[in-house]
Structures are given as structure tokens and as C-alpha cells.
Design a protein around this ligand. Structure first.
Ligand code: HEC
Ligand code: HEC
Length: 284
């Protein structure tokens, strides 16, 4: 083989991993963007808001939204890559740990209402995609006030998360459960006891109140009971989730992130509905 050919071939061999690497990166970013814009919807809490609570999408995920509840006054953090006021200095591994375990690089715990228990279910691939997306966003400077927790946070949200794999997408019910977890649907749609703990035996029965500028909304029964979604068609369920409009024409109130959920793909919606239909029916 001539020296020239060897150089050309050597160049090709070197070029292959490079191309594969940028494909992986592009796929990751695209997956991260899809999850952020739709089912995971971190922006429902982390998008900066104006005085009337209106989302300021041009300010990205720079935070500041205030959550006022008896046990805490917390503020969604700035999760843009700004070095001073955001997550600009955090490594990829530190971000993964923060999202799935609620532990910051300094060891402190991220507080309510970020649904860490649900984000523990995020697969290694999906959490990497979310982190790739976060790190690719423009840095936005926005200093957010410090949250105040009037009752102690738990010592941890659980043991370190090991390797997590999503169930296969063709297993509709299980993949739908995975999506419902990373969307924390059941965190809002399950009633709580007087200690604020979710009543797991009443999974999906609804009945949790949410106060906000919209007044009070109460989460609804998502189970296949007559008081829930039993008589709704798949199209009616999809319409309510995507647009916030019920079959009777009534418009649903926040805080469910309809603006995000409008971008849930048809395949993912089918899986979510298969999961909802598999829930144990719950009476009111
Ligand atoms: C229900 C609202 C809510 C959702 C949804 C939510 N967060 Fe948060 N997040 C918060 C709040 C509130 C804080 C601040 C908590 C505190 O001060 O301890 C926070 C803190 C954080 C922090 C810590 C930043 C810092 O500087 O301390 C990171 C990182 C983060 N969120 C990332 C995410 C990502 C990524 C998602 C989506 C996968 C997400 N959050 C979804 C409410 C939310
Ligand atoms: C932050 C809390 C929250 C999250 C997260 C949330 N929801 Fe909701 N959802 C609500 C509330 C509150 C209502 C009722 C609003 C109203 O009555 O105006 C509602 C209404 C609904 C309805 C309409 C039911 C009916 O009988 O009218 C459906 C369907 C629904 N949610 C499905 C879902 C699914 C699926 C997910 C996850 C992808 C989800 N929700 C995530 C709070 C939430």
C-alpha cells in the first residue's frame, strides 16, 4: 500500500469515531429537547415568570418562580449554564446526581416541590439527554432568592441511583408507566394524608388541591372508574392532556403543564393512555 493510501485510510478510521460521536451528541440533544419540551417539562417550574405568572420563555430556564406552601417558601433555581447564578460550574455527573438524587455538588439536598422521587426513574440515557440539553442552553444571569424550609427536608431521597434502563417502548403499559413517572403525573393525581404523604393505595384517585393565581384547582381521578376516565375515548384523554379541554368543553386550570404536554408524541401518548387504563379503578 502506498504511503498516501495509508494516510487516507488512517484519516477515515479517525473520522469514523468522530462522526459517530457527533451523531450521538446530536441524538442526545434532540432527545433532551423533546423530553424538556413535552413530557418531562422541567420548564413548567423552571421557566422565569413575569409579574402575572406568565412564562417568559425568552429568559429560558433561569428560574425564580415562587412556591408558597405552609411548610416552605421555595424558588425554582436558575438551571441555565450561567457560572454565577446558574449551573455553569456543575459537571455532567453532578447534574445527573442533582436531578435523580436531589443532591447538589456541595452535598446539600434540593428541596420541595421538585419531584426528585419521580426523577429517580429517569433512565441513564434520558437523564444524559436532559443534561446535554441543559448545558447547550444560553447562560442567563438571574439570582434567585434562597428557599426557606420550615420543616426539615428528609436526610435523602433514597440510596444512590445505580444504572437505570427504560422499559422497551413496545411494552405500552410499562413504557407508559415510565413516562408517567418522569412526568410525575401521579404525584399530583394521588391524594395526600394529613402528613402530606401520598396515599399509594389511592394511586390516581385525584383530589389534591393546588392554589395559585388561578384560584384553586383540584386534581382529578385518572383511573378507569365511572368517576374517572372510564367512559372517555383515547382521543378525549389525549385532548385533555394536550390542550386542557375536557370532553364537556370545560377548560382545565393550571398547574398541569398543558403547553408542554401539547408536544407529547402520538406514540408516547398511546403508552401513557395504556398505563392510565391499567390503573386500579378508584371510587371518589
Ligand atoms: C414542581 C416544580 C419543579 C420541577 C418540575 C422541577 N424542578 Fe428543579 N427545582 C425546583 C425548585 C423549587 C428548586 C429549588 C429547591 C431548593 O431551593 O432547595 C429546584 C432546584 C433544581 C436544581 C438545583 C439547582 C441549584 O442551583 O441548587 C436543579 C439542578 C434542578 N432543579 C433541575 C431540574 C430539572 C433538570 C428538572 C426536570 C427534569 C426539574 N428541575 C424539575 C422545582 C422544580
Ligand atoms: C402539577 C400537578 C399536575 C401534574 C404534574 C399533572 N396533572 Fe393532570 N391535572 C392536574 C389538575 C389540578 C387537574 C384538574 C384541573 C382543573 O380541574 O381545572 C388535572 C387534570 C387532568 C386531566 C383531566 C381529567 C378530568 O376529569 O377532567 C387529565 C386527563 C390529566 N390531568 C392527566 C394527567 C397526566 C396523564 C399527567 C402526566 C403526563 C398529568 N395529568 C400531570 C394536575 C396535574
Amino acid at each position: 500500500m502506498s504511503r498516501l493510501w495509508r494516510l487516507v485510510l488512517g484519516g477515515l478510521v479517525a473520522a469514523v469515531p468522530l462522526a459517530a460521536w457527533s451523531d450521538v451528541t446530536a441524538d442526545r440533544l434532540a432527545r433532551g429537547k423533546y423530553l424538556m419540551d413535552s413530557v418531562v417539562a422541567c420548564g413548567n417550574c423552571h421557566v422565569q415568570r413575569g409579574p402575572q405568572g406568565e412564562p417568559l420563555f425568552e429568559r429560558g430556564l433561569s428560574g425564580g418562580f415562587k412556591f408558597d406552601a405552609p411548610p416552605f417558601t421555595s424558588y425554582a433555581a436558575n438551571i441555565t449554564p450561567d457560572a454565577e447564578t446558574g449551573i455553569g460550574r456543575w459537571t455532567e455527573a453532578q447534574l445527573v446526581k442533582a436531578i435523580r438524587e436531589g443532591v447538589r455538588p456541595d452535598g446539600s439536598l434540593i428541596g420541595w416541590p421538585m419531584p426528585i422521587e419521580y426523577y429517580r426513574h429517569l433512565s441513564d440515557d434520558d437523564v444524559a439527554a436532559l443534561v446535554a440539553y441543559l448545558r447547550a442552553q444560553p447562560a442567563v444571569a438571574n439570582a434567585v432568592p434562597k428557599s426557606v424550609y420550615r420543616i426539615p427536608l428528609p436526610a435523602s431521597y433514597g440510596p444512590p441511583v445505580g444504572k437505570v434502563k427504560a422499559p422497551p417502548a413496545k411494552d405500552l403499559r410499562r413504557y407508559g408507566e415510565y413516562l408517567a413517572n418522569i412526568a410525575h403525573c401521579m404525584e399530583c393525581h394521588t391524594p395526600r394524608d394529613d402528613k402530606g404523604e401520598l396515599i399509594e393505595s389511592r394511586l390516581g384517585a385525584g383530589g389534591q388541591p393546588f392554589k395559585g393565581p388561578w384560584g384553586v384547582s383540584v386534581s382529578r381521578n385518572l383511573t378507569p372508574d365511572a368517576a374517572g376516565l372510564k367512559s372517555w375515548s383515547d382521543a378525549q384523554i389525549a385532548q385533555a392532556i394536550r390542550t386542557g379541554v375536557r370532553p364537556d368543553g370545560q377548560a382545565l386550570k393550571p398547574p398541569m403543564g398543558f403547553g408542554f404536554y401539547s408536544k407529547i408524541s402520538d406514540a408516547d401518548m398511546k403508552a401513557l393512555i395504556a398505563y392510565l387504563r391499567s390503573l386500579k379503578p378508584q371510587k371518589p
